[in-house]
Structures are given as structure tokens and as C-alpha cells.
Design a protein around this ligand. Sequence first.
Ligand code: ZN
Length: 89
Amino acid sequence: MIAAPVTETALQALRRHIREMTRSCPAKRSYGCETAARSAARYAIQSGRQNCPPRLWVYPGTSCRGWHMTKRANRDPAVTSAQIREGIA
Ligand SMILES: [Zn+2]
């Protein structure tokens, strides 16, 4: 954690830290590695739960050491019910 200015109280520092954490890592489940996130995403798709689209993507958290899943497409291969890396494996 970056040192806070001396004028910042402990409570302010804590609030700032929480704000920074939640900005890029909303209260979402995270997984320990990319493969774990992809496997969980495939399971979610296979479960056929409502609101689960046929494709999901994963991305590394910028404020945590975990991986998250998202419905928003990114440059990486999608996860589908058949493959954790669509078109690759
Ligand atoms: Zn995160």
C-alpha cells in the first residue's frame, strides 16, 4: 500500500483504500488463477442458470491477485460450454 500523506487520518486512508479496491475490483467472486476462473465460467455456462450468457470472459483483477469473470468481451479467448479457451482448448 502506498504511504498516505501525513495529513490523512487512518480512517480516511482506510476509506481511500476501499475506494481504490472497489473501483477496479467490484464485490465479485475472484479465482486464484486464470484456469480456475475459466473452469468456473464454463461450469456457470453449463449450469444453464438464468442470465448466464453462452460466452464469458475472464480478466485479472488490478487491485487483487485474483481473476474475475465477465460478460463483456475482451481480447482473450472466450469461455464456452465446450471450451475454456474458445478455438484453442
Ligand atoms: Zn480483483
